[in-house]
Design a protein around this ligand. Structure first.
Ligand SMILES: O=C(O)CCC(=O)C(=O)O
Ligand SMILES: [Fe+2]
Length: 425
């Protein structure tokens, strides 16, 4: 893997090279364990073809060493490890700094001690109050102050899915690593000032995220600023072994359950400054083993757009099944698209609009002298622009041939055809 791009805050180019298949394709491409690569040694193009395009996970180290949010943690303090007696370096949360940088704004919180349907109960707290509760929990856990309160009765509040980047656009507390910068979803949402998929997560030791796969069948990346996360993650298809007779997934998993059902899975121990790349459709559960802060995005692009389309189609089929008794209704189609948006997050028109938006930008890029900036710092090389256009052409062609789109009374087919004619020249 060649060293090529610098990642020191300067503008850089997403240099996608044509794919060269080095090894003979194996039937089972799954690795024995998830690879760890140093950011300095992993090129954009290698990440693109070896992991993102193959839909395989990877851990990339040293991605966030220079981020401003390093200051959300205290400088290293020297601890003596009580098991080994060895000195070890330890970083903790800089509550005072966080309060000076970020106001006492309402934040979304999950109560990890309480379940509501298939996720944790949600509440809203003011940020500073959340931090105060977290700090007092830590203080109550230190050996000197040890109250005999058992762990189960303590707060276990996880601040998650917080749109901090959208909320404070002037505060550049992190930079999107180059590997994750080809992001059609956030490219559109940020440009249009809509709710995006850029998040901050902050949670005490023992907070956790229950078993799930990500929204839309998107990719996600998650970078730890401080702390340690444990992941259990499995390739697409393995999750079926865990569903009950009605096809419902479990709320929570552990190794014993996975072994019992002969599930093929991986364990990831993610440390500070490490990014986990979560491929499309890989189910996972995540635990914060220590007090942890992470930054995370969901996204899709040329590599997984076909999977998102497949998910959109199967979610529409599920909506139809649910409201099959209303089939004779006059506006059945419009109604099912409204329900699709409510359950899945986007519907067919939203999806077509997103493809139109990206196609218009790539076509303009092809002809314009000025380069388009992704996340304020990346541009694409010509091959990348061409590759995106080629994938857009393929997916739109598939959609124009889709029976639901062809038979639609909404302007779905005409929009796809028009877009296809712009892409085929
Ligand atoms: O860190 C967590 O608690 C959950 C992260 C996650 O599910 C993801 O990045 O896809
Ligand atoms: Fe996830």
């Amino acid at each position: 893997m060649a060293t090529e791009e610098r990642d020191d805050g300067a503008l850089s180019i997403l240099r996608l090279q044509p794919h060269q298949e080095i090894e003979v394709e194996q039937e089972d491409q799954l690795p024995d364990e998830i690879l760890r690569c140093r950011a300095q040694e992993l090129s954009y193009s290698d990440f693109f073809w070896l992991f993102m395009h193959k839909n395989l996970p990877v851990i990339i180290t040293d991605v966030s060493n220079n981020w401003e949010c390093q200051q959300w943690t205290t400088t290293n303090t020297l601890d003596v490890n009580c098991n080994t007696g060895q000195p070890s370096l330890h970083r903790s949360i800089n509550f005072d700094y966080l309060k000076t940088k970020i106001g006492n704004t309402p934040v979304p919180v999950a109560d990890c001690n309480s379940a509501y349907f298939n996720s944790h109960t949600k509440l809203e707290l003011n940020f500073h109050d959340y931090l105060d509760r977290w700090r007092s929990r830590i203080e109550s856990e230190t050996p000197e102050v040890n109250s005999n309160a058992d762990t189960a009765s303590r707060d276990n509040l996880y601040l998650k899915d917080w749109h901090l980047a959208a909320q404070m656009p002037g505060y550049s507390f992190y930079q999107v690593p180059k590997y994750f910068a080809s992001d059609w979803l956030n490219e559109q949402l940020i440009d249009q000032g809509r709710d995006d998929y850029r998040f901050v997560y902050m949670g005490p030791k023992n907070s956790w995220t229950s078993y799930h796969s990500d929204v839309f069948g998107s990719f996600s990346w998650s970078t730890n600023i401080v702390g340690l996360k444990k992941w259990l993650i499995m390739p697409p298809g393995e999750e079926l072994k865990l569903n009950d007779r009605l096809g419902n997934p479990p709320f929570s998993i552990d190794e014993e359950m996975l072994d019992k059902h002969k599930v093929r899975y991986y364990t990831i121990n993610q440390g500070a400054n490490e990014a986990v790349f979560v491929p499309s459709g890989w189910f996972h559960q995540v635990w914060n083993l220590t007090d942890t802060i992470s930054v995370n995005h969901n996204w899709f692009n040329a590599c997984n757009i076909a999977m998102v389309w497949q998910n959109l189609k199967s979610n529409l089929a599920a909506v139809w099944k649910e409201i099959s008794d209303c089939q004779q209704m006059d506006n059945f189609e419009a109604h099912s698209q409204t329900m699709l948006r409510a359950s899945f997050g986007i519907n067919y028109l939203d999806f077509i609009e997103l493809l139109e938006f990206i196609a218009a930008r790539r076509l303009a890029e092809e002809s314009a002298a000025t380069k388009l900036l992704l996340f304020n710092r990346y541009t694409m090389n010509d091959f990348h622009v061409q590759y995106d256009l080629e994938c857009l052409r393929k997916i739109i062609k598939t959609m124009t041939e889709d029976q639901t789109i062809r038979n639609s009374s909404l302007p779905l087919h005409s929009r796809c055809q028009q877009l296809l004619s712009q892409l085929e020249f």
